[in-house]
Ligand binder design. Structure first.
Ligand code: DLL
Length: 433
């Protein structure tokens, strides 16, 4: 269902006009009210009056994670502090705390963005949403909560963890929709299997999963274990939390709420804007936020944009599922490798589970060495050693041809790799570089 056709299915040119009007307004406000932006714009030699079209956004300076660190916690506030009604924070993957301070209007924008997200996954007022994203400073729990409330659905504010209780509630309250990280969805499915609960017979029929990278393989696994449709949702604390982009029923690319968050793709090395279809770093400008609006914020997430007619009726631009981040891209023996590429390669190999760990170390000869631990399906592990050995060789060969680097594969028994209730950790980098 399209939650807000007026904006989501808007005429593309009309949306561009709206984006420009909002951008102009934002730039004027930031220049007048936030010393940080005024200084940056002055240094770049650009004044609000220079922004005469949407394309002129290219004249404006970027905002980076370092800028957020230097102005932490409230240096980027664009409104008087008493107007702030809620604050969220994420430690981010690099450990730098990132703050988002919301006014009343910001919470309304967030609720709207998340209502669109959940509705695209099939949520209506008849649904019972079991929300197992963490509640607290993390944006996942509250974001999904606000969206479900705006739709008028019934929300179970579970937060993550206490899996036995999650499963009990799922059975007793007849939850119809699940919201959590994809790795926690799989973890719950494994625990359910252990407890003899057949999730396929429960009314839970759809879920919105995000906050960490996941693959088609994981989607298939979640969909078959729960007998549900699983949708990818994307967002980040700096921009608003979840609600930035989401999959629709086609499950083919994520629609960006671009009337609220203006996307660009840039070459991370030069900062040049790249054309649609080209892979690069995703940059967002928040067009309507009041508390901590951001101008051309470099997300470090890598993807490309797709403008195409979608059968769902939305006219918003889509971003491809993320390829990874510029900062968790591993450089192994000079080759750029994203953990998602390894996962993608594993998909094609029968017998493996979507649980893996990449351990990078520096060998005695100062060369990088990669050990890839892969969980093997139960049936396989009880099999003859010969079959296991041939599976191991097969994975090594596939990795070599896909990644152009040699990887030592270690097959491990089901459930040996640590499970996570929130974001999972896929890489251990033991190199001291
Ligand atoms: O993870 C917000 C969120 C909560 C999104 C719930 C979706 C669902 P942060 O903790 O600030 O915010 O982390 C943001 O997580 O820059 C991406 O690198 C990664 N990420 C988020 N969603 C996805 C996704 C929340 N669907 C960072 N696929 C982002 C891959 C994702 N990576």
């Amino acid at each position: 269902m399209v939650f807000n056709p007026e904006y989501e299915s808007m005429d593309v040119d009309a949306r561009k006009k709206l984006q420009y009007a909002r951008l102009k307004n934002l730039v004027e406000k930031l220049y007048a009210d936030v010393a940080f932006y005024r200084k940056k714009m002055d240094a770049a030699g650009v004044k609000p009056g220079d922004i005469k079209s949407l394309g002129d956004i290219a004249l404006l300076p970027f905002t980076t994670k370092d800028d957020l660190r230097e102005t932490y916690p409230f240096g980027l506030l664009a409104c008087p502090y008493p107007l702030i009604e809620e604050i969220h924070m994420s430690s981010g993957t690099t450990g730098i705390p990132v703050v988002d301070a919301y006014t009343k209007k910001d919470i309304e924008i967030w609720s709207e963005a998340m209502a669109r997200t959940l509705a695209a996954g099939g949520c209506s007022r008849n649904d019972t949403v079991q929300n197992c994203y963490g509640y607290g400073l993390f944006t996942g729990g509250p974001g999904a909560h606000y969206g479900a409330r705006l739709i008028g659905a019934n929300v179970l504010p579970m937060s993550s963890g206490n899996t036995a209780r999650q499963l009990m509630v799922m059975q007793h309250f007849g939850s119809t929709m699940l919201t959590c990280t994809p790795s926690y969805a799989l973890y719950m499915a494994e625990e359910a299997e252990e407890a003899g609960i057949d999730l396929k017979t429960l009314p839970i029929s759809k879920g919105c999963f995000g906050a960490e990278p996941w693959s088609e393989n994981m989607r298939k696994e979640i969909e078959s274990r729960y007998n549900m449709k699983a949708f990818d949702i994307y967002g980040l604390t700096e921009i608003i939390g979840p609600g930035v982009a989401f999959e629709c029923e086609t499950q083919d690319g994520l629609h960006i709420n671009e009337d609220l968050f203006y996307p660009e793709i840039i070459d991370p090395a030069t900062g040049t804007i790249l054309p649609d279809g080209e892979k690069g770093e995703l940059v967002f400008t928040t067009l309507t936020k009041e508390g901590t609006p951001l101008l051309r914020y470099r997300t470090r997430d890598v993807t490309f944009l797709r403008r195409e007619l979608c059968t769902c009726g939305r006219t918003t631009v889509k971003m491809n599922r993320l390829f990874g981040r510029t900062d968790d891209m591993l450089i192994i023996r000079g080759v750029n490798v994203f953990p998602s590429q390894i996962e993608q390669a594993l998909i094609e190999i029968e017998g493996t589970d979507p649980h893996y760990l990449i351990i990078v170390s520096r060998g005695p000869n100062h060369l990088d060495e990669v050990e890839l631990q892969v969980e093997v399906k139960k049936e396989f592990f009880s099999d003859e050693t010969r079959n296991l050995e041939s599976l191991r060789t097969k994975i090594e060969n596939v990795m070599k041809s896909k990644l152009q680097i040699g990887v030592k594969v270690k097959l491990v028994e089901p459930k040996t790799i640590e499970r996570s209730m929130g974001k999972s950790k896929r890489v251990v980098d033991n190199r001291n570089i």
